[in-house]
Design a protein. Structure first.
Length: 246
C-alpha cells in the first residue's frame, strides 16, 4: 500500500461489542489537511469510529497508520509521541467533574509538554478562554457550566496541544448559535493551518461550505462518499434523508 498524500490510513478495521459487529472491515484514507464529515444517524457507528481513530477504543482487527507509522506494537514513548498529534472532542465535553476548567485544560499540556513552564501554559489557556469569552469560568467546575460552556472547554482542551488531527463528535449539538458560529470559525482556521479534521455529525448543514468530503455512514460501513456536491446528487434513500433532500 502506498501512503502518498495519506495522513491517516485505516485498513480492514473491525470492532465488535457483545457479539455485535459495530465496525465492519472498514478501509479509509484521510489526506493531510482535509476536512471530512462522517454523516450518520444515532447508532450508525460514527462515534465508535472516531474513538478508534483517536486511540480511545481499540479495533478487534485491522490496522491504523498515522504519518506512515503503524500504530500497533509501539513502545509507550512512541505511542505518547504519536498520540500527541491527535485530539478528540467529546460530544459532552468530557471534563473531569472534580477539577476546575483551568485544571482540566492544564492536564493535556502537563502530560504532553512537561518541560514547558506553567506560566506559558497558563498564558495559552487564558488566551483561548478569552477568545471564546469564557475567562470567567476558569475556576468553575463542570457542574457549574452550561452545555455550551462544557463543549467549548472540551474544544479548547483539544486545541491546546496543537494537534495535526482533530476528531470532533457532534460539535454543534446542544450549542447556542453564538457558540456554534465560534466553533465553525475555529474549524475554518484549523483547516487553513492544514489540520486534518474529521467530524462526526447527523447534519451537514453548517459544514457543507467548508468540508472537502462527506462519508455516509450506517451500521459501521461507508455506504457512499464524495464531495458535498457529489453526495447531493445521490439517489440513495439514506443519503437523501440525512441531507434533507425531498
Amino acid at each position: 500500500m502506498s501512503f502518498d498524500n495519506s495522513h491517516l490510513f485505516l485498513e480492514n478495521i473491525t470492532f465488535s461489542h457483545n457479539g455485535r459487529a459495530l465496525i465492519q472491515d472498514l478501509t479509509l484514507n484521510f489526506e493531510k489537511g482535509s476536512f471530512s464529515v462522517i454523516l450518520g444517524g444515532s447508532g450508525s457507528g460514527k462515534t465508535i469510529l472516531l474513538k478508534i481513530i483517536g486511540g480511545i477504543l481499540f479495533p478487534d482487527d485491522g490496522r491504523i497508520v498515522l504519518d506512515e507509522i503503524d500504530t500497533e506494537n509501539l513502545t509507550e514513548a512512541e505511542e505518547k509521541q504519536l498520540r500527541q498529534k491527535t485530539s478528540f472532542v467529546f460530544q459532552d465535553g468530557a471534563l473531569l467533574s472534580n477539577l476546575t476548567v483551568r485544571e482540566n485544560l492544564m492536564l493535556p499540556l502537563d502530560f504532553h509538554f512537561p518541560g514547558i513552564p506553567k506560566s506559558d501554559k497558563m498564558e495559552a489557556i487564558s488566551g483561548y478562554l478569552n477568545r471564546y469569552s469564557l475567562s470567567d469560568i476558569m475556576e468553575k467546575r463542570p457542574a457549574e457550566l452550561s452545555q455550551a460552556q462544557k463543549k467549548l472547554s472540551g474544544f479548547i482542551r483539544a486545541l491546546l496541544t496543537r494537534p495535526e488531527i482533530l476528531l470532533i463528535d457532534e460539535p454543534l449539538a446542544s450549542v447556542d448559535p453564538t457558540s456554534s458560529r465560534l466553533l465553525i470559525q475555529e474549524l475554518v482556521k484549523q483547516k487553513s493551518q492544514k489540520t486534518t479534521i474529521i467530524v462526526g455529525a447527523q447534519s451537514l448543514d453548517r459544514f457543507e461550505k467548508w468540508c472537502d468530503r462527506v462519508l455516509i455512514f450506517q451500521n459501521g460501513k461507508v455506504l457512499e462518499e464524495g464531495s458535498p456536491e457529489q453526495v447531493r446528487k445521490s439517489e440513495n434513500p439514506l443519503t437523501k434523508e440525512l441531507l434533507h433532500i425531498d
